[in-house]
Design a protein around this ligand. Structure first.
Ligand code: ADP
Length: 304
């Protein structure tokens, strides 16, 4: 379940709520110069409560150093291992607003940069999330950026080198990035194919932090904290996760993520029998292969 302290930017949801929220949205996307007199246009994007984040190595210090020089950062690692939570925590720690964009294959450069909209008074420009972040000074987190169309990654290039600018070609404007602006992307090397990978010219604009499933005791601590089960139960879940991760490449495409272990723990904490909880939250979602299911089910019965 997503915590409610983070606001994810979703172009479709924005479009749906646009009518009702037109005034608010218009105010939110005013250029910085017009905004100084009014309320903070990025207020909705501030991380208000400290997100729970358990550091795994020196990633917090490294990120702080990277932010201090506004280095674009790439968070590399498998799905569900803590990348998003980390960036939410860092935004809170640095006191900077965070605009998160969940990228998908339908996403175009205009979804990020902005577009002209037709309304009763004619056309008006609406900044996309990247333009809002660059203009007003937020951390812009592009989750799974490689999913978006190639033209999308190209628009981030001038923002990720010494120029720090974002050209709005359709509008004929060049945004000079606010000093607080930083771009962060997430990237799962396991998912990439020749057809879908970041270009070298994109990769080389970023510093990279490696993420992986945390070491046993730390992962158990996280699972216990997030799901409400005891550390002993969490440790058993982590054992099952580790067994499944060993099967990656031997019949499983992806290992069990920390997120899945938390789901299983949450069901157990709600009173579901551990075997059923693990079947629903761990085994069934990741494989359809009957032999693999049996292998994973037997791993579950070893620990519960
Ligand atoms: P990703 O962005 O890598 O797909 P998330 O950040 O959404 O994964 O992580 C999934 C869940 O795992 C989070 O919601 C959080 O509950 C938990 N989690 C993983 N790593 C950590 C960590 N180091 N500290 C706290 N929670 C974590």
């Amino acid at each position: 379940m997503r915590p409610d302290f983070v606001r994810t930017y979703s172009p479709r949801m924005e479009a749906l709520t646009r009518g009702a929220a037109q005034t608010r949205t218009a105010a939110a996307y005013q250029p910085a110069a017009d905004v100084s007199a009014g309320a903070d246009p990025l207020a909705a994007y501030h991380v208000k409560q400290e997100p729970y984040y358990r550091p795994v190595a020196d990633e917090v210090q490294l990120y702080e150093a990277a932010y201090s020089v506004r280095m674009p950062i790439m968070l590399k690692g498998p799905t569900g291992c803590g990348k998003t939570r980390f960036v939410e925590y860092m935004a809170w720690k640095l006191g900077k607003p965070l605009i998160t964009v969940a990228c998908n294959e339908d996403m175009t450069a205009s979804d990020l940069v902005g577009r002209f909209l037709l309304d009763a008074n004619g056309t008006r420009w609406q900044d996309g999330p990247l333009a809002v972040a660059a203009r007003l000074g937020a951390i812009c987190y592009l989750d799974e950026v490689v999913e978006a169309r190639q033209d999308t990654t190209v628009v981030i290039h001038p923002l990720t080198d010494a120029r720090r600018v974002l050209p709005l070609e359709k509008k004929g404007e060049l945004i000079e990035a606010h000093p607080d602006f930083q771009i962060v992307i997430s990237y799962n090397p396991g998912y990439q194919s020749l057809m879908k990978d970041l270009k070298q010219s994109t990769k080389q604009r970023f510093g990279a932090l490696d993420f992986n499933y945390p070491e046993h005791d730390i992962e158990a601590e996280i699972v216990a904290h997030e799901s409400g089960v005891t550390v002993d139960v969490a440790k058993n879940l982590v054992h099952i996760g580790e067994r499944a991760r060993n099967l990656k490449g031997h019949g499983l495409d992806e290992g069990l993520s920390t997120r899945m272990l938390i789901y299983a723990g949450s069901l157990i904490a709600k009173g579901v029998a551990p075997l059923a909880a693990c079947r629903v939250a761990l085994v069934r979602p990741i494989t359809d292969d009957p032999d693999m299911r049996d292998a994973l089910d037997s791993a579950v019965t070893t620990y519960f």
